[in-house]
Structures are given as C-alpha cells and as structure tokens.
Design a protein around this ligand. Structure first.
Ligand SMILES: [Fe+2]
Length: 445
C-alpha cells in the first residue's frame, strides 16, 4: 500500500470545494471590538493531486469577517494562479506560485505570499485579482515573511535565490511603493524562510540548509554539516551587512522577534532546529518513511545575542517545549518585548496540541490545551481596544477537530489564555500555515 502523505491526511486533509457561510454560530461572547477580518493561508491541493512536498500544494485562503460581536461570514477560496491550473513550478516563472504560505495586508492590498514567487493580490472577499510586482519594481521573488514597522508602516522584505546575487533587501513605504532595494553582499545559497528587523537593524539568517540538487522532493535544499549558521546585520540607516558566525550550528525557520538593546547588541528570538530536528521535520514535509506525528520536531525557543562591539554571538535556551509558528503582538515588532506565542507540539511531556505563551524574560510558559483530536494553528494576536499592556488582546486561531469533522475560530484571552469565544465554521478547515488579523481601522488607514 502506498504511504499516505501526512500533509494531505488527518488534520491536513484538503477540502474539495469553495463555500461561503453567513451569520455563523458563536459560542461565548465575541468581543464587539473585534471588527475586521481574520485571513489564513495554507496548502490545499486540488482533489486527486498528491504534491511531492507539503510546500508544493496549491494555496487556499480561509477568511472570517467579524463585526460588532457577530461573525458575518466565512469563505474559502483557492488563490487562482497558473500553478493551480496545472502549470508546473520551475523556479524561473515568478508568477507560477502556489501562493500558499501567508497573507498580509499592506498599502491597501491583500497579498498572498510564497517565497519563491511574486505576491498575488486578492480582494477583501478573497477573490484573486492577479500577480503584484509593485508597479514593476519587484523583479525577484518575495519572502512570505515581510515585516511591517509598527512606527512607520514601512514593509521590509527580502528575496533569496540559489543563484547569485543570493539575497536582496527591499523596503516599501506605507503606501506600498518600493523606496529602497539593494543587494545584500555575503549571503550564501541557503533556504532563508524568515528574517527580522529591529528599530536600528535588519537581521538575516544564513543557515546550514543550502541549495542541493541531490534533494528530489521539489524543494532542492539540504542540511550541510560544513556550513555554519551565520547572522547578517545591516544598519537600517544604510551601510554594509556584517555577517557573524554562530559557534553553535543550527537552523531557524521562523523568527519570534528581534530588538537592539541599550548596549547596541542585537537580540534575536526564535525556535532553534538542530540537524536531527530539521531532518525529522523535513521527513514529515515530504512524507518520507519514518516521518513523525507532527510537522515540527524538536524545535525549541532560543535567544541569540549578537554583540557588534566584540564580534561574538551567544546562544541561550529560553524554554524547552517543542514549539513552532511563533507570534507576538505586532505593535512590538523590532522593539523590546516580553511575550511570544506559539503552537506547542505533542512530545516533550505534552499530550496533544497546545497554544503556548512564553514570558521571554523568565522563560516561563502558560498553556491552553486543545484536547484530544484537536489541532490549533498559529496564534494571531489581535489588540484589545484601549489596551495598554503588551498582552492586552486576543489570540485568534482556527482549530481543526478530527472527531467532530469540524473547525472553529477560537478566541483566547492573550493575558491568561482563557477561552473567550469560538466561531463555529461551516466546514472543517485543514490545518494551514500563516495568516493575519486585519482590523477595519487598519484597512481604511
Ligand atoms: Fe513561515
């Protein structure tokens, strides 16, 4: 019997159609201040298609519209790209995108992102409008993890490639116009999924996972023991990128946050993967024999402190739970902060999936248990109206419930992780990747 690919089974089983539901049932009381849209992206290959890699499944968006304590609608839509219609991904045609990794709102546009391609613009009702190249100013692929500076509204992002120049850096102003673009010297051909900004610096991650033709899964990258982890620091004011070699070899997939401290040191916090963690996770992503029970294996929250004065990098563990999909209150992007949130995966003493909150100063954790057969997604922070503390707000996540064959948009109190409300969705929503809460206030800004 053929091995069932984990990324199209169980919580990840794709849905076969697009639907719209109105006036959804709510359990508890939905905070009336949550006026906006929760949009989430993920891989959902068409029926009958088994991709060679999780990340080669076509993108489907799921959206829930909240207004005045009501859940006005739910809808799910594929991102209509040539890839969805069967044009194979080659890496050379930038518009042939699965467009499945993330969805952001910037400069008045909703953009579905996948890192090997140009963004796809969709409407506020998730209909595909077309490829977006920033008026011709973006001529290379765009990361799925751009960072919006909460003070300026600028969008910082990068483009990476297995071929030189390996790395380019871009800034779009608050209106979505690219105002800075430059080649970042010194980067290698590594798989660069995420990066960070601080108020003063841009932080790039050059990991041991590098371009390798031998990898036949459709994502040609593999771990190489001879390649160190390097962190590149570029002053936002301009200048050169300085690369710091990290003595402790590791890979980072996602960043929680970074900031420049009072001594001018750059502090970066993220789940850390060693070779075994990376390769176990990858096995799940490609469905190779011996894959584990979940898409993240062994990654734990760490802190890297880069000191430009001494040229050194130190690494320390923050917490030992296996977590991934880190998130924060985005108003603290690039600035000193205290709390990060994540999905805690089964293992390391936990039974079943949890949503975790970390106090990064003490390393202490708080957990919300989702229960048997239930899997949450990334916890997206939505600020409370008039909130003053960093964790005054809510965490939004879509939970897949296999036994009930159903899903809900769960709203947790970001302070104590208690359940506030849940919106019952008209269908089971496959476990997915990244999304955002887009408040109406932001949309009309
Ligand atoms: Fe990601």
């Amino acid at each position: 019997m053929a091995l069932e690919k984990p990324f199209i089974s169980g919580h990840f089983s794709p849905v076969s159609d697009e639907i719209t539901g109105h006036d959804l049932k709510i359990r508890g009381t939905l905070p009336p201040e949550l006026n906006g849209r929760y949009f989430r992206n993920g891989h959902n290959p068409k029926p009958g298609i088994t991709p060679s890699h999780w990340f080669r499944g076509a993108g489907m968006l799921h959206g829930i519209r909240l207004t005045d304590g009501r859940a006005e609608w739910y809808r799910n839509r594929w991102v209509r790209t040539p890839f969805l219609e069967g044009v194979p991904f080659t890496g050379t045609e930038l518009e042939v995108s699965a467009a499945a990794t993330n969805i952001i709102f910037h400069g008045g546009r909703y953009l579905a992102l996948q890192e090997a391609n140009l963004p796809y613009e969709v409407s506020a009702e998730l209909d595909t409008l077309g490829v977006h190249d920033f008026g011709g100013k973006l001529t290379s692929a765009m990361t799925a993890h751009p960072k919006e500076d909460p003070e300026t509204g600028e969008l910082h992002f990068f483009s990476y490639s297995p071929f030189p120049p390996h790395l380019s850096y871009y800034v779009a102003d608050a209106s979505g116009d690219i105002v800075r673009s430059e080649i970042v010297e010194g980067a290698g051909p590594s798989l660069m999924h995420d990066f960070a900004i601080t108020r003063e610096h841009v932080v790039f991650i050059d990991s041991p996972v590098v371009f390798d033709h031998a990898e036949q899964s459709g994502i040609p990258y593999r771990w190489h023991d001879e390649v160190p982890l390097r962190i590149g620091v570029l002053p936002r004011a301009g200048g050169w990128t300085t690369w710091y070699e990290v003595p402790d070899q590791a890979a980072l997939l996602h960043v929680a946050n970074a900031y420049t401290d009072a001594r001018g040191r750059i502090v970066l916090e993220a789940p850390r993967l060693d070779r075994s963690s990376w390769e176990s996770s990858w096995k799940w992503w490609v469905g190779a024999p011996g894959y584990g029970t979940s898409p993240a294996t062994g990654s734990t929250l760490h802190r890297w402190i880069i000191d430009p004065a001494t040229g050194t990098v130190t690494t320390e563990a923050v917490n030992d739970l296996v977590t991934e999909f880190p998130s924060i209150n985005d108003a603290h992007t690039g600035a000193d902060y205290r709390y990060s949130y994540a999905i805690a995966f089964p293992g390391s003493g936990l039974s079943g999936y949890h949503t975790a909150k970390f106090d990064t100063r003490t390393g202490r954790q708080r957990l919300f248990a989702h229960g048997e057969g239930r899997m949450p997604g990334e916890a997206v922070f939505a600020p409370a109206e008039g909130g003053t503390a960093e964790d005054d707000g809510y965490l939004l996540t879509i939970v897949s419930d296999l036994e009930a064959d159903a899903s809900e948009l769960l709203v947790l109190d970001a302070g104590d992780l208690s359940e506030v409300a849940a919106v019952e969705l008209p269908r089971r929503v496959p476990a997915g990747i990244h999304g955002h809460w887009i408040p109406d206030a932001h949309q009309s800004a």
